[in-house]
Write a protein that binds this ligand. Structure first.
Ligand SMILES: Cc1cc2nc3c(=O)[nH]c(=O)nc-3n(C[C@H](O)[C@H](O)[C@H](O)COP(=O)(O)OP(=O)(O)OC[C@H]3O[C@@H](n4cnc5c(N)ncnc54)[C@H](O)[C@@H]3O)c2cc1C
Length: 427
């Protein structure tokens, strides 16, 4: 997108086309204005339109331009934080509620995909969180125990079973989560956009919101060539926030993450890795993720930005690390590469904010936004239509807090990933 092959890489090459949209030109009115056409904004728009509301979405660039069109495509259940720790962070009301909602969120995604017949390579066959060493296995054992105590369909696999399911003996075990799976993320975002438009929503692209005025009953959102007037505003700009409500940006530390994808592999090679097609990632701090797309391309990712010195470092690391895990891929080149920024909060828990009168927002998904963005968008739609109140939401209302040492942490993540990937060549 935006003539940048490293923004959306493979996903842009293989996603079905987006709906035809244009930039906002002139004055329009709506019941609800949504800013941002990622999973959160599009899910909100779809659910609002299905409820008969007049919705207008304003997107600065294109549908799925932010994290929604660039991610790995792992449709995860729950959060990074261990299930038992969530009530300690969010309290006894919100903790269990968010766990319930996000535990079931992949099901919501796959049901929505089926209901709207979204062509996005949906593969609901689970995910494998792969243990590195004894510490990784201990972490996954504990995670399995905590989810199982809540009745979740997760299973700890030993090293032999993991080797069978992944196709490498590199791991000491893994956690199979049968609630989860994978999608082609840009195709999912575009499919949500098609469904929202079909339900009656209007989406304007190339229309960054640059100003917002409240007259006490209506908001007027301004773009370069028009405006939307609406009593309610949903801000779904998350880690890609530009211009408006910059406190959302200030709250998040950007963690860069890249993906490299091969050409479609031969049948023999495909059969030798992840034969059941789960999406996978490991327990390392600078983690690696891997999965296949529908055409049998192997997609390998890790922390880092594909720019400046990071570009050759991460590419070279990718070749080495992939060949180490799967020696049969040692001569396979990567065909596409892309990266984006993940919005991290200080405690790895997302946020619900009221940014002004009737201006509501969820953000800070910490690299887990496909399922959460979908269900949080639906929550925002329900809040606006009065089906639920603030007290029924899965997260407490908080004020945005600037992340301490944000700029320094972002440099640390980007340079730290480079150093880790250089070092992995030496040891
Ligand atoms: C590389 C990478 C890998 C990831 N892997 C996974 C994964 O495997 N699984 C998972 O669940 N999550 C993953 N994530 C996280 C997930 O992609 C995000 O949490 C999710 O996409 C957030 O969706 P969103 O709709 O809230 O925001 P976004 O998709 O970021 O959308 C925000 C939109 O707002 C628009 N915008 C910003 N400012 C304005 C403005 N002023 N006016 C109008 N529009 C504006 C932007 O252009 C953008 O399109 C990953 C993220 C990245 C970057």
């Amino acid at each position: 997108m935006k003539n940048d092959p490293r923004s959306h890489g493979l996903w842009e090459r293989t996603a079905p086309p987006p709906p035809v949209t244009r930039a906002l030109d002139g004055e329009v009115t709506a019941d609800v204005a949504v800013i941002g056409a990622g999973f959160t904004g599009l899910s909100a728009a779809l659910h609002l339109a299905e409820d008969g509301m007049k919705v207008v979405v304003l997107e600065a660039a294109e549908i799925g331009f932010g994290g929604s069109g660039r991610n790995v495509g792992l449709v995860n259940a729950g959060l990074w934080v261990m299930p038992d720790e969530i009530p300690a962070v969010l309290g006894d009301t919100y903790g269990p509620r968010v766990l319930d909602l996000l535990g079931g969120a992949p099901r919501v995604v796959f049901d929505l995909i089926a209901r709207h017949n979204i062509q996005c390579e949906a593969t609901p066959v689970g995910t494998l969180h792969c243990a590195v060493g004894d510490d990784g296995l201990a972490e996954l054992k504990e995670r399995a125990r905590q989810w199982q105590a809540r009745g979740a369909p997760v299973r700890l696999l030993d090293a032999a079973e993991t080797a069978h399911k992944v196709g490498t003996t590199a791991y000491t075990g893994s956690l199979l989560d049968e609630r989860a799976g994978t999608v082609q993320p840009l195709a999912y975002a575009r499919g949500l956009a098609h469904a929202a438009i079909k339900a009656g929503a209007t989406i304007y692209t190339e229309s960054p919101v640059v100003g917002a005025d409240d007259d006490g009953t209506q908001w007027r959102l301004r773009t370069a060539s028009g405006s939307v007037t609406a009593p309610w505003v949903i801000v779904a700009t998350n880690a890609y926030t530009m211009a408006m409500w910059p406190q959302l940006r200030a709250e998040l530390v950007h963690l860069p993450y890249f993906n490299l994808a091969t050409r479609p592999l031969s049948d023999n090679l495909r059969r030798s890795i992840l034969p059941e097609r789960q999406g996978a990632w490991d327990t390392k701090e600078i983690l690696s993720s891997f999965r296949f797309d529908q055409e049998g391309r192997f997609i390998f990712g890790s922390v880092g930005a594909l720019r400046g010195p990071g570009l050759p470092i991460h590419r070279n690391w990718g070749r080495r690390a992939m060949a180490k895990l799967f020696p049969q891929l040692k001569d396979v080149e990567f065909e596409t590469e892309w990266y984006g920024k993940i919005g991290m909060t200080v405690d790895n828990v997302p946020r619900f904010h009221r940014l002004g009168r009737n201006v509501v927002s969820f953000s800070g998904y910490n690299g887990r936004g496909i399922a959460p963005g979908t269900v949080f968008g639906r929550c925002l739609a329900q809040l606006v239509t009065g089906k639920i109140g603030d007290a029924d939401l899965p997260l407490p209302l908080t004020e945005p807090q600037a992340a301490p040492l944000r700029a320094a942490k972002e440099v640390y993540y980007e340079v730290g990933a480079q150093l880790a990937h250089v070092a992995s060549a030496r040891f």
